[in-house]
Design a protein around this ligand. Sequence first.
Ligand code: MOS
Length: 729
Amino acid sequence: MKFDDLDDNYQGDLALVGKTTSRIDGPLKTSGLAPYAYERHDVTGPQLVAYPVGAAIAKGRIASIDADAARSAPGVVDVILTTDVKPLPLSDWNTASLFGGAEVQHYHQAVAVVVAETFEQARAGAALLDIKYETTPAEFDLEAAHDRLSKDDVDPAADTGDFDDAFGNADVKLDETYRTACQSHAMMEPHATVANWEGDKLTVWTSNQMVQWTVEALATTLDMPAENIRVDSPYVGGGFGAKLFLRAECVLAALAARKTGQPVKMMLPRGMVFNNTTHRSATIQRIRIGASSDGKIVALGHDNTSGALPDGSGENATSQTLKFYGSKSFLVRNQVATLGLPESNAMRAPGEASGLMALEIAMDEMAEKLSLDPVEFRIRNDAQVDPLDSGRPFSQRNFVECLKTGAEKFGWTPRTGPGELERDGMWLIGTGVAGAYRGSPATKSGARVRLVEGGKLIVETDMTDIGTGSYTIIAQTAAEMLGLPIEKVDVILGDSAFPVSSGSGGQWGAASSTAGVYAACLDLRKKIAGRLENAGADVSFANGEVKFENGSMPLARIAATGELVGEDDAEFGDARDKYVVSTFGAHFTEVGVHAATGTIRVRRMLAVCDAGRILNPLTARSQVIGAMTMGVGAALMEHLAVDTKRGFFANHDLAGYEVPVHADIPRQEVIFIDGQDPHAGPLQAKGVGELGLCGVSAAIANAVYNATGVRVRDYPVTLDKLLEGLPAV
Ligand code: MOS
């Protein structure tokens, strides 16, 4: 189906979609029976184990590799060296080469793989490789690169309304620079693949968010036809963007399996995930806001610098600035510094997550300059149409309602500055607010639904569930459409043998994939009606039955005369072109800062989200509280420490790269504004998984300022940045 206008919206009553429903894959996951990629022992004969070796320099070339000791080590079956393989072609989704050739483009880029009978043997063999490098100089320091770059070389993303004049003449002005650190996805399950060849056909059981992209990327990288490749990724232990694309472990497993003629499995060791795969680039963001004395923004300037390998795109931290607040003039520029660090790429809410960390502190600072409450200041500058295209309204925008609802539920006291210090024993208490914005794209998504013996419905699509709840919302959608209880629906995901879906990324997965399932179910409903004689036009589905003009029939009986199959995809056309389809929210937090040590504890958090119809409040809430937790990490802990001499992330494990644990996280509340966005898709749903992260960190930074009077503009906000400015104990 093509979703074009309001007539394409689902019109019926909803019994299951939008209702709290426990994860249908929950029992498999909690009992350990959901098979993750590295556990797919059952899918092939005996599997060899591969262990990767990463480059020990950031840039240069390999002069020599002595692999004799590794080759003769116990249990080692084969060793593949990057110098033995021609540089593999780059797919559209990769910036750095995944393997092949003597050139080194970044630290821990794969340079060899050792294949052995056991994991321990492969690892021991890998340690015996003797690799000599020739190093070439490169830049690794974003600060230094930033100082040298000139803004004049940048094509502005927006330059309207004579910014210089408007800013220069504004009654009240802010001009500050904010910094975010390099971050790692640090998902629980490292990248893993089991690879097997049958003749010239390759199957990989892997952990990946985007099955079809990976089929295509493998076809390019291994120079083989896509139809000879099967990718299976039914369970993913977190991705956050690190698994959007084909990565080295999958390629190495495939090469090793081909060379040894045996199935090979490989997991990227945790210590290699941080430098071998992708990360979120650090940013340096200068924000200028000019406003009239009545609190209306007249000039909004945002200059962002991030880092990337040659031909990489960096972190677009200005994206929300083009859409969030109204202003008479804009000057928005992004520049990318070429660095020799590992590949920077998408991490949850790429763009907005980093951008709002800066913009929403700037809004807090500006409110104070204007002697306005920060909630009120945001409300005054809400935009109901695209700030840069007055002909393009938002499909639905309840940002003001998010702020008002949040202020009321949180118990927000309006204020015009940091006010009196508030104490609870040794803890200085503060509250903070920030706005949230995230685009909500939708992409073509297909599915097949089969009504089989016993009246069971099987849904097949290459959609992935990266911990988000895809299984459940897809089951809800299919059960809804066929009038079946959810127990009668089996959902099978992640197999490239199934219709191509949207995959999971950019918070497009939920709305897109359920639209595809909806379309396939409409097709199946037609096929069912076609099997009935004299059914008439008015056919409906409920209680496991199809009802028609002169009666009803159980679906089980219809299926008894042979399986019925519906298949279609949902595409998104004009309706989405006429509107800006985005999601909005407001975050409120309370922190305590220890008056003597500067230790920061988050005490409570509230998110209010405006994301169209919420398909399942339970799984959506889990998405948002997970994102809020990630926002605590970005605000207070997460920081890939760059060795600016040698060009790598020094803290490349979960001991050194700190993320929040349960003890760091207080009571979290999530409120969804009740909405159905009629322009978003047939189920009027939008994404929410990335929205939950947007703005969180700024709300925490603003709360720390409110608690202490110390303004930190350099994330993560750690106690060393507070100590000097803390009020006297
Ligand atoms: Mo998201 S960064 O597109 O997984």
